[in-house]
Design a protein around this ligand. Structure first.
Ligand code: 3HC
Length: 286
């Protein structure tokens, strides 16, 4: 299968990750269709993108005209049918396998047979998601990192049946989005999360073992190990719920004790302390 030229990109789900991916797409000059479940959530995502682009204008990293042109190329919708003309659709919805399977099955009935279907999943299997469609050759993982507009990496994750054309087309899009793409296979956690999730879980366990405060642990890892951001601030940024889910998904697959989410962070999730998005996690936010 030789893929189409990618001109029009769809993004399903405009939360922190999806909005970041849509921002990258419009900045790279793609006509972009962004879908949220309500007009209100779509408008919130557009406001977020408009804000970050305005900061770029303020800092003379882009002109006001470029900002306007980028925002004008973002088409918001609540209808999956509006992805019909997309050459690539990137899914960034909730990390729930059933929800993703249903979405991919629905998308297959809407997009052209040669359109590429990508998932931004952090810890689910791209191959399992690809089983939702009758043409799994065109399914691929495009795993961006939080915050997507700032983090340079995108993992291009080859599922069992992805074709070379699909892999290379997704890689080329990653590069055009200004990222540093890498190719890898669909193993639990891919590359970064396979390493980062157990490491962050170790950090959280050390809070209790060494009786250190989150602030001091973050100082330790930034000032002593050169991390750009401390582990507690990072888990707050990623989302406590997202981190717990990724840990559970990897533990289920690998059965390595370090993958299991520490009880402390599971309790935080149940208490609604989700990090930045809820205003409180290890730290509090305005
Ligand atoms: N979206 C778009 N633009 C953003 C943004 C966002 N979410 N956040 C910040 N910006 C823009 C802002 O306009 C900001 O400028 P302003 O303050 O003048 O308005 C500009 O970017 C720079 O922001 P910062 O000053 O905060 O940037 P820093 O230089 O401090 O870097 C960082 C921020 C890149 C987040 C850095 O702290 C870092 O590298 N942290 C580590 C992040 C990390 O490890 N992420 C990976 C998480 S794991 C993951 O995602 C995997 C998943 O599967 C769970």
């Amino acid at each position: 299968m030789s893929g189409p030229e990618i001109r029009r990109v769809g993004v399903v789900g405009l939360g922190a990750m999806g909005a970041g991916i849509a921002q990258l797409a419009i900045e790279a000059g793609y006509e972009t269709v962004g879908r949220e479940v309500s007009g209100e959530l779509g408008a919130k995502a557009r406001d977020r993108i408009a804000h970050f682009l305005q900061r770029k204008v303020d800092k003379e990293q882009m002109s006001a005209d470029e900002r306007e042109a980028a925002l004008a190329s973002l088409f918001l919708t609540t209808e999956l049918a509006d992805f019909a003309d997309c050459d690539l659709v990137i899914e960034a919805i909730v990390e729930d396998l059933q929800a993703k399977l249903e979405l991919f099955a629905a998308l297959e009935g809407i997009v052209r047979p040669d359109a590429i279907l990508a998932t931004n999943t952090s810890a689910l299997s791209v191959t399992e998601i690809s089983a939702a469609v009758s043409t799994p050759e065109r399914v691929i993982g495009m795993h961006f990192f939080n915050p997507a507009p700032l983090m340079p990496l995108v993992e291009i994750v080859r599922a069992e049946l992805s074709t070379d054309e699909t892999v290379e087309a997704a890689f080329a899009v990653g590069a055009r989005l200004g990222k540093r793409p890498i190719r890898c296979h669909d193993t639990p956690g891919f590359v970064v999360n396979r390493v980062l999730i157990p490491l962050l879980n170790d950090c959280i366990r050390i809070l209790d073992e060494a009786r250190v405060t989150p602030q001091d642990l973050d100082t330790a890892m930034t000032a002593g190990a050169g991390w750009p951001m401390g582990p507690c601030a990072l888990v707050d940024l990623v989302g406590i719920d997202v981190h717990v889910h990724a840990s559970e998904a990897l533990y289920e697959k690998l059965r390595e004790p370090r993958m299991a989410p520490p009880p402390r962070i599971v309790a935080m999730k149940h208490a609604g302390l989700l990090g930045r998005k809820s205003g409180r996690g290890f730290f509090t936010y305005d």
